[in-house]
Write a protein that binds this ligand. Structure first.
Ligand SMILES: Cc1ncc(COP(=O)(O)O)c(C=O)c1O
Length: 483
């Protein structure tokens, strides 16, 4: 055996995740054996002398030797350790390239996150996160405790692939009562949130290369899901009435799927007019497309009740309605749902049974209790008031400090609004400067799903105390004016 090679490999600069000394030595030896650099019958140095050569502890060497003996690559007889005569069968197919080749993501999984997520840390104007500090943890804990007191062992099994029937019924009641969705509990499928719902829809309803439309600018999570399903994604411009495909686009780029946020366009905040909704449904029927209606934050509409969901607007609308508890309760709950047309209930049930083994029944049952006992409605009422106060404070601060350059888009619903900036300002570099100062804004140009049509910033205000909002807008204004 060429010990120099082993030493060099052991001491080589590590790429990838840092390994313990034990694992490093084990991998070096293992690779040398599998590559044939350390031939069958070779007697390895004693643990003491190898430890001394490599300046590591003897236990580190013993660990590596023991693991390789357990794998059948080494034999430990008497006082010496020897490379096994016949290597285990799994090694016969291992080629040199297989050992060293780094693993990379497939092209469809190589998506571009923006911006790096501060994850868990408070950052002013981070969008998509509700006022976490206002969530009634004690009430939630009581709902969970009640469930765990009554749960039986049978309920620890894989759960119904469509979700807990009692939660599906509670959601159906909520949607028919507040959103004009026409459905029964059987049409509701519980998921781990909208992101999973989108993945399921993209996978189930379109084939590789099929055309999918998304608003431009639009929701990055949806864009990535459609891309990950290897669909041919086309960004369709939005106007004040929402997604605005032209007749030519319908004919030339006929979609199989259309992703849209009609209640509060993400990120510009327009509300799709009734006429546009009816026209979109009509064209979707004509061209055989399915609309994915992402109703992610309509519960917080402030200027009058939200327009009814597209799903219930027209009989037999080809619409899959998606909802989530990420904005109304908290994102880490990871519970969302899809409402599918009656004709798709059976196929979806079959597909989900095989492909998405469901569980976490206790969380679902607790959520059903939270809804049924009125806690959900109460929480929404409080949050609606809170978000209105914060939105108003933000609008006032923007007018005061940015009125000369910024145009406000949206804000009638949800927990974010956007500001448009003149084209000569670079929203990406403004956003990067702001992040460095603890103000997290998403540049609108990065939310382009095709040609860049907008320049500006998206501001989530749910988590920022109304008294602090002006302070952060001032920081932002200073950055913008310095650009
Ligand atoms: C447009 C839109 N839809 C849905 C969601 C929620 O997704 P999930 O339920 O996966 O948390 C978000 C979150 O930011 C969003 O912005």
């Amino acid at each position: 055996m060429d010990y120099q090679l082993l030493f060099d490999q052991y001491n080589a600069k590590q790429s990838g995740p840092k390994q313990s000394q034990q694992r490093r030595l084990y991998h070096c030896l293992r690779a040398a054996i599998l590559r044939g650099q350390c031939k069958a019958g070779t007697v390895l140095p004693g643990s003491r002398s190898l430890a001394a050569e490599l300046k590591i502890s003897r236990n580190t060497v013993l660990y590596a030797y023991e693991h390789l003996v357990a794998e059948g690559l080494l034999c430990s007889g008497g006082r010496s350790t020897v490379v096994a005569d016949s290597l285990p069968t799994f090694t016969s197919s291992v080629k040199d390239a297989d050992i060293a080749r780094p693993h990379t993501l497939s092209a469809r999984a190589r998506l571009t996150p923006w911006p790096s997520d501060p994850h868990g840390a408070f950052t002013a104007f981070m969008s998509g996160v509700p006022a976490l500090s206002h969530f009634p943890i004690a009430v939630w804990r009581r709902c969970l405790e009640r469930v765990w007191r009554t749960i039986n062992h049978q309920q620890l099994d894989y759960a119904d692939a469509a979700g807990e029937p009692i939660l599906r019924a509670a959601i159906a009641e909520h949607l028919t009562g507040t959103r004009g969705v026409v459905c029964n509990a059987g049409q509701i499928f519980i998921t781990d949130g909208t992101q999973q719902s989108l993945g399921i829809c993209a996978h189930a309803l379109a084939g590789v290369g099929d055309r999918a439309w998304i608003e431009n600018p639009g929701y990055g999570g949806a864009f990535q899901s459609l891309k990950a399903a290897e669909l041919n994604v086309r960004g369709i411009a939005v106007d004040v009435d929402g997604i605005a495909p032209t007749e030519k686009e319908w004919e030339k780029f006929t979609p199989k799927l259309i992703y849209t946020t009609p209640s509060h366009q993400f990120p510009l905040g327009s509300v799709m007019s009734i006429d546009r909704r009816i026209a979109l449904i009509g064209s979707a029927k004509k061209y055989g497309a399915i609309i994915i209606e992402d109703d992610y934050d309509s519960e917080f509409r402030r200027d009058g009740p939200p327009l009814p969901a597209m799903q219930g607007l027209v009989a037999d609308a080809p619409v899959i309605y998606l909802g989530t508890f990420s904005k109304t309760l908290f994102p880490a709950l990871r519970i969302g749902y899809m409402v599918v047309p009656t004709g798709l209930v059976e196929p979806f049930a079959g597909m989900l049974k095989l492909g998405h083994l469901r569980g976490r029944s206790a969380d679902q049952l607790a959520l059903a209790e939270f809804l049924r006992a009125g806690h959900f409605a109460m929480h929404l009422k409080k949050m609606r008031r809170l978000y209105a106060t914060r939105r108003d404070a933000l609008v006032v601060a923007i007018d005061k400090h940015l009125g000369d350059v910024a145009t406000i888009y949206g804000g009638s619903s949800g927990i974010h609004l956007s500001v448009g900036l003149p084209g000569l300002l670079n929203d990406v570099s403004i956003s990067e400067s702001a992040i460095a100062q603890g103000v997290y804004t998403q540049p609108l140009s990065r939310l382009a799903t095709g040609k860049v049509l907008c320049n500006g910033l998206m501001l989530g205000y749910a988590q920022v105390h109304e008294r602090e909002i002006e302070k952060y807008v001032r920081i932002l204004a200073k950055i913008i004016h310095s650009h």
